[in-house]
Design a protein around this ligand. Structure first.
Ligand code: 6PG
Length: 241
């Protein structure tokens, strides 16, 4: 059963998430010379990233990848890379070689192939097992850029794929996303979900029917090993005790 923690508000949720990040990184770095993280976009993840600026960490050992990226240049306001850079990456002492962004400025399939090549190079052609994957949850049950009904939900071979995205939720921008085989392999997966508008989908995620093609987050719930849900009381509002 996934671990669920409910906090009074999104500030408390994100403060705790930043502490968990620091604790996981410091624990991992007693056993390894690197800690690998895959970042999501979204308002709740963003709020947590703001709290990483003051984390007491050896950033030279921490490598950042992305769960997904919009197909825009890195300086674009919709770029998940830019969001992370503006909130904390530009303010910490981290080598640029530790930042493995998805090159949204490339064409859709070139960006996906380039990112998968980066993953293969870094993880030595083995399935990427991230130490920590941070995920958001859309009101439609998407996570990363794995949207309901998408062919990307069935991708088992590629670790990253391009996703056409021209219907809500916004932004209506094509995406590159990690696929379920990579997301489900994460050593630690943390969902960061806040706001009353997420209460229904959070309850659906855990409830019945199980329909991962229409509620993609259910695929991760049913296949991943170590998932923590950090919710605020609003997003947890429809969860039964
Ligand atoms: C993206 C994210 C996406 C996001 C969810 C939740 O690129 O937009 O990766 O999966 O995490 O849509 O976003 P909010 O927290 O803003 O609702």
């Amino acid at each position: 059963m996934p671990q669920i923690e409910v906090f009074p508000d999104s500030d408390a949720l994100c403060n705790h998430a930043a502490t968990v990040f620091q604790d996981l990184a410091n624990a991992a770095l007693t056993q390894s010379d690197r800690f690998t993280v895959a970042l999501s976009g979204g308002s709740t993840p963003k709020k947590m990233y703001e709290r990483l600026v003051n984390a007491d960490l050896d950033w030279s050992c921490i490598h950042f990848f992305w769960v997904d990226e919009r197909c825009v240049p890195p300086e674009h306001s919709e770029s998940n890379y830019r969001m992370a850079a503006d909130t904390f990456l530009d303010f910490i002492d981290i080598p640029s070689s530790n930042i493995h962004r998805i090159k949204g400025e490339l064409s859709l399939n070139d960006a996906a192939r380039d990112y998968e090549n980066e993953l293969r190079s870094f993880f030595l052609n083995c399935l990427p097992v991230f130490d920590l994957i941070l995920l958001g949850l859309g009101t439609d049950g998407h996570t990363a850029s794995l949207f309901p009904g998408s062919t990307a939900l069935k991708e088992k071979e590629h670790w990253a794929v391009g996703v056409r995205h021209d219907t809500p939720p916004p932004p209506l921008v094509d995406r590159v996303t990690l696929t379920f085989p990579v997301l489900s392999a994460g050593k630690n997966i943390i969902f960061l979900v806040s706001g009353r508008d997420k209460a229904k989908i959070v309850a659906c995620a855990f409830g019945d029917p199980k329909n991962p093609l229409q509620i993609p987050v259910q695929e991760i719930i049913s296949t991943a090993r170590n998932i923590s849900w950090l919710l605020d009381k609003d997003s947890a509002g429809d969860l039964s005790a």
